[in-house]
Design a protein around this ligand. Structure first.
Ligand code: NAD
Ligand code: SER
Length: 313
């Protein structure tokens, strides 16, 4: 059996910290190299190797892949939807070039597997709002969504043309407490817990009835690892898989928090992120992921809210 050596790029972000810790638990600390532009996250310190790395520097990336004998790459560096609208050129450049650098090096160095996340942001106003299917009309209106949709086809291309084993998930908005979210439209569903706990009130940047697909981080980490460990013959989608956890509006999550903090209050002051949120589906059909690699979410709104409040405390 070949011992896998994994490089996580963007390991200090919202997903990266938890994914790195889980990969280290499974494969052993020394087998998972964490890397990021930022300083090493406190939670990662002492759990395995860390290298400072700019994924845009292809030569540096190539050197690290060879020096560390890397066999799998997880690419998490990106600019998310809300931040992307403030600097569209930068978002396009980082989101595309980072992926092309990784795919090209993976091809040259015979990397066994690459993971790269897409997003529900690929969908646009013309996609179905409810139970949005795997294959449908896809016309994204954010630069982030455009970059993710283009990226999905680069993954598909490298798989078909070079037989590179690239796998991908279209994550919904992710909710977690270990590391902060990095500038997405769904970030309200994380901020609300901190403000509810600390101030008993929250000013929401989306309207109260804006439904979005969401997922609690433990489900997202499990989905990622289950996809990466699935037998290649069961992977029928080489663009990116729809996955679904839960769907709720700001009012519904506010009501759920009130069950734990009865005097919690929420007010609504929608900003530019409302247009982004309204362009996305409200819920996702993940039947292809369920059929191909037996995906099943565990957390619903109620269980996630209870866990978030317990852990924030
Ligand atoms: P994040 O912004 O929290 O983390 C990204 C990390 O990448 C940061 O630590 C950042 O310092 C690092 N980074 C940025 N530029 C870099 C560079 N040039 N070189 C190396 N590192 C760099 O993002 P996240 O929420 O953890 O998202 C990770 C991936 O998952 C992204 O591709 C994102 O689009 C996708 N995704 C996230 C969500 C979500 O809700 N968090 C939903 C859908 C998809
Ligand atoms: N959570 C992400 C965002 O809002 C979705 O990809 O940008």
């Amino acid at each position: 059996m070949i011992k896998e050596k994994i490089l996580v790029i963007g390991a200090c972000g919202q997903i990266g910290v938890e994914l790195t810790l889980e990969l280290r638990r499974i494969y052993g600390g020394a087998q998972v190299v964490a890397s990021d532009l930022r300083e090493e996250n406190e939670l990662l310190k002492g759990t395995g190797p860390y290298v400072s790395l700019d994924v845009m520097n292809k030569e540096m990336l190539h050197v690290q892949v060879i020096r560390q004998n890397i066999t799998q790459i997880y690419l998490l560096a990106a600019i998310l939807s809300a931040t992307g609208e403030k600097n569209p050129n930068l978002a396009w450049h980082l989101n595309m070039q980072s992926l092309l650098n990784v795919l090209e090096i993976a091809k040259e160095e015979n990397i066994h597997k690459v993971y790269w996340p897409s997003s529900i942001a690929v969908f646009g106003p013309t996609s179905p709002k409810k139970n949005c299917p795997q294959q449908t009309i896809i016309e994204p209106i954010t630069v982030y969504g455009i970059s993710k949709y283009a990226g999905e086809f680069w993954c598909n291309y490298y798989n078909h043309r070079y037989n590179l084993d690239v796998r991908s998930l279209r994550y919904p908005g992710l909710i977690s407490y270990k590391s902060q979210p990095g500038g997405g439209t769904t970030d309200y569903a994380v901020e609300i817990f901190y403000d509810a706990f600390e101030q008993k009130k929250y000013k929401c940047f989306l309207k109260e009835n804006t439904y979005l697909p969401m997922m609690y981080m433990p489900d997202a980490i499990r989905a990622t690892i289950e996809l990466m460990e699935a037998d290649a013959k069961n992977i029928s989608v080489r663009t990116s898989y729809n996955i679904s956890g839960m769907s709720f509006s700001p009012k519904e999550i506010g009501d759920e928090i009130k069950k734990h903090i009865p005097d919690f209050k929420i007010i609504y002051e929608p900003d530019y992120r409302q247009t982004i949120a309204e362009s996305w589906p409200q819920s996702i059909d993940d039947s292809v992921a369920k059929k191909d690699w037996k995906w099943k979410p565990h957390f619903d709104l109620s269980l996630m809210t209870t866990e978030m409040l317990e852990n924030i405390q």
